[in-house]
Design a binder for this molecule. Sequence first.
Ligand code: SAH
Length: 216
Amino acid sequence: MIDSYKHKGLRKQLVNEIRRKGISDEGVLKAMEAVPRHFFFDSSFLKFAYDDQPFPIGAGQTISQPYTVAYQTELLNVKKGDKVLEIGTGSGYQACILACMGAKVFTIERIKSLYIKAKALLPEMQCNSIKVFYGDGYKGLPTYAPFDKIIVTAAAPLIPEALVEQLKIGGYLVIPVGGSGGQVMNRVIKTSGSDYEIEGHGLFRFVPLLNEREDI
Ligand code: SAH
């Protein structure tokens, strides 16, 4: 796929739009300007890649709205070298943004077809340091824990304890919590081995976080 001047121009406009909507973390904005979002779309839908909208990626799932990606990433406060776990690889776009910011990314997807696609696509991007796993994100990745940051890109009915356990002390978990009507973006800050604080941020609407792997 080609990243043309036209694509770069559209990306600049998208980043300006996101900035106007309130995102101010320059690292996030820079990554969003650098990563070609259209690479994560099927070729027949390329013209939708730079709208600030979510878009279907198959298997009933969506690539998140760029503003939402920026919002979650800003809350995560990503630092170069952070070990970050993402639940819900989907297209791989969010993972690529994190890697572009210098994070070491571990990402889990429960739908096999999406996992296979992302695993093939991500090494083609200039995103180093992304490991893609096929599994149930509710369980996290105990073998690779602890993580500096954890981001969940699907709606959770509650905060999964396994994910808080796999956070370092001082680490952040950013997770949309709520039912199908909408979710509050929660930022969980782990304050000690057994305690954490929860901040509530904006309202969003995500596809649900589901239990167990799916084999299609
Ligand atoms: N971050 C993605 C957005 C994907 S939408 C992107 O940038 O494109 C949310 C994804 O979470 C879907 O692909 C869905 O299959 C996945 N998902 C839902 N429940 C899950 C679970 N328990 N473990 C891992 N992935 C899950």
